[in-house]
Design a protein around this ligand. Structure first.
Ligand code: IVH
Length: 714
């Protein structure tokens, strides 16, 4: 393939494609171009076109495949997003067993391995020098063995078989002889080519069996777990479990949503090819489009150099984007490998030199409860300090009551603690056999350790929230939420200002906002006369914000924009709502027991009630809207949301549109009035641009909604 030709492939003008023949040609060209750019992007990490240009190629291909379904193909790049649902993972017999590696932890054992290799191979040279021509010199020469040193990835080993360059089957290691069939899942990983590239001097063989490691990056793992925590799913213990769990899904659509990566590191049945070294194999695999780790793989001359490289990588370990737990040394010369051969379960030509353990045993001295800025209570284990791979660890998050119960961690327990790179240390498990009796079962407190307000716990025990409206741990966040655009909409009182006001002691509870005086505000940094006047005016204006907004602004746990509107529709005044009990609330369709409990707990808190009365006294009207005639201003409008929203959830944004008479749909069409695009927006945004549909970001959308709500006096 000519690099320049494909790299500069003109954007296919698919609309101009007339006949079938031309369509087939353009589809093939587009597929080739996209495969090439995937390779540049995922394998070489050197893209030659922008993401936007790439998206255009992809869109053109999708459109053509839709128009000419007869040319659709399961290995088209468009199919690499999530496949069919399969019944259960079947099994795959490996063409040759997937062996493991001999593992060592110290330099002496590594040096021994080096010595053994050299001795065995020198035996070979002795035989070899029996040939008259080389006699003498080679016998005495101490030839050092060359090793390729590669990171030992802490992921999941996989085997992929390509036939005539097409991905046929992928499997896990399983018991070494037979693995699980993960073909549909592996195909969702963008870094895995469905079709190999024929580049470089060596063409790929008819049947190619390659092995590698699938993994999740540390930052992606953290993000995934944060999200799982937010929605109350069980957490993955580490990136390896997350990768394995994601790859073993029955539904590849789930795998497709998980950020997975791969490094290929071995090619099976090398005898059939004419490679002389492993290094050459790695370079060639890369040419075929298989992602190998060029950056951190190294040819080392002799075992000492390999040991040195291990030290180097050990130091860099924490800074790598992914987890590695050691370095693998492999004899580079493939004929030497054949000489060395195998033991029962592992090859004699390779060795895993692991890093210092990341896990240590220690004791849980106590469990402390922290209150986050959003009112979430998190239990933290206070540990007998212990050094884990050079870093002292004395605390570990226990996440929530449910996790503590699931792992059965008790105060006083001896526990296994793991520190995985920059991920916060965590307790893997208690050592139950070492219990002596006085270990104590932990319960989340029923009162907030910071403000003493009642704590509400979700039924699944995964979330505990403080209900104190003036809790100091959450005040900054509460103030900025209160004044946000979806709440009381106080212009000029954003997050930064909220932090300053709280830090300076000018705001100690929400009602303080309405007691701020001009002279106080003038003492603040960068607040001149004009901006102070503007802020005072905005605060004053917010007093008339309608009831649903006030309810949302209070930040009652589990009450978002939509529920605030529902509550305001059922309870004419705040006093009616304060007086409501759980049974009253449960008569409302949208409200379940957890939400009802949260609302009554919030309002039964005396301090919270006082705050509300105080704000009433300060002039907040909290008046319920009366719908004006023709109050469906978005009646004929259709919205599409794409990408992330920060201020509201998707469901809330949708509810807002619907409450104003509009519609929210999931795909962009000729009927779409607006596309609201947030970070990460992809094809829908492109589609909107192509169709010239107006696009707004979240801020603009909220402004837009606010305007209609104000007109309607909601
Ligand atoms: S080569 C016969 N290379 O380590 C040698 N393995 O204990 C085959 N692993 O299950 C393996 N990084 O998942 C090889 N650069 C690397 C590796 C690696 C991690 C894993 C692999 C295997 C285990 C062997």
């Amino acid at each position: 393939m000519k690099e320049g030709m494909i790299a500069n492939h003109p954007k296919a003008d698919w609309q101009a494609v007339a006949g079938k023949e031309e369509a087939k040609k353009v589809i093939d060209e587009l597929r080739e171009a996209i495969r090439f750019h995937n390779y540049r992007y995922y394998v070489l990490d050197e893209p030659v076109i922008s993401d936007h240009e790439f998206d255009q190629l992809m869109e053109a291909l999708k459109a053509l495949e839709e128009k000419f379904p007869e040319f659709q193909s399961p290995d088209s790049p468009t199919q690499q997003v999530g496949g069919e649902v399969q019944e259960a993972l079947g099994t795959v017999k490996h063409p040759t067993p997937m062996l493991s590696l001999k593992t060592v932890y110290n330099q002496d054992d590594v040096a021994n391995f080096g010595k053994n290799c050299r001795e065995k191979l020198e035996k070979k040279s002795v035989l070899f020098v029996a040939e008259p021509k080389n006699a003498g010199s080679a016998v005495l020469e101490e030839k050092s063995v060359e090793f390729v040193a590669e990171p030992k990835y802490d992921g999941l080993a996989v085997e992929i078989i390509y036939e005539k360059g097409r991905l046929i089957v992928a499997s896990t290691r399983g018991d070494g002889q037979t693995g699980e069939n993960i073909t549909a899942n592996i195909k969702t990983i963008k870094e895995v080519p469905l079709v190999l590239l024929n580049q470089g001097e060596i063409p790929f063989p008819d049947q190619l069996v390659v092995r590698g490691e699938v993994f999740m990056r540390k930052d992606e793992f953290k993000k995934l777990n944060d999200e799982r925590m937010r929605i109350g799913e069980n957490l993955f213990a580490n990136p390896r479990n997350a990768a394995a769990g994601s790859l073993r899904q029955l539904d590849p659509k789930i795998t497709a949503k998980r950020p997975l990566h791969i490094f290929f590191y071995e090619l099976v049945q090398t005898e059939e090819y004419h490679f002389t070294t492993h290094w050459e194999v790695l370079q060639t695999m890369s040419n075929w489009g298989l992602r190998v780790n060029k950056r951190y793989s190294k040819v080392c001359s002799g075992i000492q150099e390999a040991i040195h490289y291990h030290e180097e990588l050990a130091e860099r370990r924490d800074n790598l984007e992914y987890e590695i737990d050691g370095v693998v040394f492999k004899v580079n010369d493939l004929s030497d490998r054949r000489t060395l051969g195998f033991r029962t379960r592992d090859p004699r030509w390779a060795l895993a030199y692991k890093f210092e353990a990341r896990q240590m045993n220690t004791h849980v001295k106590a469990i402390e409860v922290q209150v986050g800025r959003t009112g979430v209570l998190t239990p933290v284990a206070l540990l007998q300090p212990v050094k884990i791979a050079g870093v002292e660890v004395s605390r570990a998050s226990l996440h929530n009551q449910s996790e503590i119960e699931r792992k059965d961690i008790r105060v006083g327990d001896e526990v296994l603690v793991e520190r995985a790179g920059d991920v916060i240390p965590y307790v893997v498990k208690p050592i139950k056999e070492k219990r002596k009796g006085p270990e104590k079962i932990f319960h989340m407190p029923s009162q907030c350790p910071v403000c003493g307000a009642k704590v509400i716990m979700s039924d699944d025990k995964k979330r505990a929230l403080c209900t104190g409206i003036s809790c100091q741990a959450q005040l900054r966040k509460r103030v900025s939420h209160f004044s946000s655009k979806g709440g009381m909409n106080i212009e000029g009182l954003g997050e930064k200002m909220a932090v300053q006001l709280v830090n300076l002691g000018l705001v100690r509870k929400l009602s303080s906002i309405y007691k701020l005086e001009k002279k106080d505000l003038l003492t603040m940094e960068r607040m001149a006369d004009k901006s102070v006047d503007n802020l005072c005016e905005a605060i004053e204006k917010s007093k008339n914000q309608p009831f649903p907004r006030f309810l949302f602004a209070l930040g009652i746990p589990l009450v978002g924009v939509h529920l605030a509107t529902v509550l305001a529709a059922h309870f004419p005044t705040i006093d009616d709502l304060i007086a409501a009990n759980v049974e009253d609330l449960l008569t409302i369709k949208e409200i379940g027991p957890e939400v009802a409990f949260s609302i009554t707990t919030f309002f039964s808190n005396e301090e919270n009630q006082q705050e509300i009365f105080e704000m009433q006294n300060l002039g907040l009207t909290m008046s319920n809207p009366t719908e004006k005639e023709g109050g469906r201003p978005l009646e004929h409008m259709t919205f599409v949301f794409t990408g992330g929203l920060e201020q509201w959830t998707r469901a809330e944004a949708k509810q807002m549109v619907e409450s104003l008479g509009g519609r929210a749909t999931s795909s962009v069409s000729g009927e779409t009035s607006y596309v609201v695009a947030g970070p990460g927006a992809g094809s829908k945004l492109q589609e909107a641009k192509r169709k010239n549909i107006p696009i707004m970001d979240e801020k603009e959308f909220i402004k837009f909604i606010n305007k209609y709500q104000e007109d309607r006096n909601i």
